[in-house]
Design a binder for this molecule. Structure first.
Ligand code: PGA
Length: 255
């Protein structure tokens, strides 16, 4: 896997037409992207086919924003991991805080979804993160620790990605400081190590990542990429994020 992963989570934005227009403009801009960076676009399900077509033959990958945990059956409105794999989708976000908060997804369900994805060869991007109340009451580390433990049970660590997204930073314009993010990222790494050789698991940061905050965030030693919502909707700002400047003394990215 590449050493840095930048994921666009478009949420419920950009239908098939807009997806095509966006990617027509975006794909050519990525031709000079440093080779160690993987860009993944996660459009709404209805736009996956358009995204796959527009990125075919390019280094840009496509991911889903959700999946159902069952293989098939009477689950109106849902999509299975096997269907994603058949369509050529290589990644899927699971456990996003909006799914947890608005659709009642539990740690156990997130784990089942991630297992279903891995069984079909789709790489899960598992989201974790504390709420503002949990942070203010000093429970941020314990919350994330528990979420990661529950989510990764039984998973193959060689085919997994984690995204730490503090809930209070999502869509609020309030980014965690690079140091706060780094602190939780090292907790995530610690938990992963207790499950086996976790060196291959990229741990991304998400929550109001913007063109003006990405360089410093990416300079943190335990942050291996970004999950970007609002700032990925416009070609120019997402391009700037993908082309972040490596200011890291640890030498990730291209100087
Ligand atoms: P944001 O969203 O960048 O708009 O805060 C991130 C996410 O929800 O994945």
């Amino acid at each position: 896997m590449k050493s840095t992963i930048i994921v666009a989570n478009w949420k419920m934005h950009h239908g098939p037409g807009q997806t095509r227009r966006y990617l027509e403009a975006f794909v050519p801009l990525m031709k000079d992207l440093p080779v160690d960076r993987q860009v993944i676009i996660c459009p709404p399900s209805i736009s996956l086919a358009a995204a796959l077509e527009a990125t075919g033959g390019t280094p840009i990958k496509v991911g889903a924003q959700n999946v159902h945990q069952q293989e098939s059956g009477a689950y109106t409105g849902e999509i299975s991991a096997a269907m994603l794999a058949e369509a050529g989708v290589e990644y899927a976000i699971v456990g996003h805080s909006e799914r947890r908060q608005l659709f009642g997804e539990t740690d156990s369900l997130v784990n089942q979804k991630a297992l279903a994805l891995q069984n079909c060869g789709v790489l899960p991007i598992v989201c974790v993160g504390e709420t503002l109340e949990q942070r203010q009451s000093g429970e941020a580390q314990a919350t994330v620790r528990q979420q990661v433990e529950a989510a990764v049970a039984g998973l193959d660590l060689q085919r997994l990605c984690i995204a730490y997204e503090p809930v209070w930073a999502i869509g609020t314009g309030q980014t965690a400081t690079p140091e706060d993010a780094q602190e939780i990222h090292s907790v995530v790494r610690d938990v992963l190590r207790s499950f086996g050789d976790a060196t291959a698991v990229p741990v991304l940061y998400g929550g109001s990542v913007k063109p003006d905050s990405v360089d410093e965030l990416m300079a943190q030693p335990d942050i291996n990429g970004a999950l970007v919502g609002g700032a990925s909707l416009l070609v120019e700002s997402f391009q700037r994020i993908c082309c972040y400047q490596s200011i890291s003394p640890f030498g990730r990215g291209v100087e």
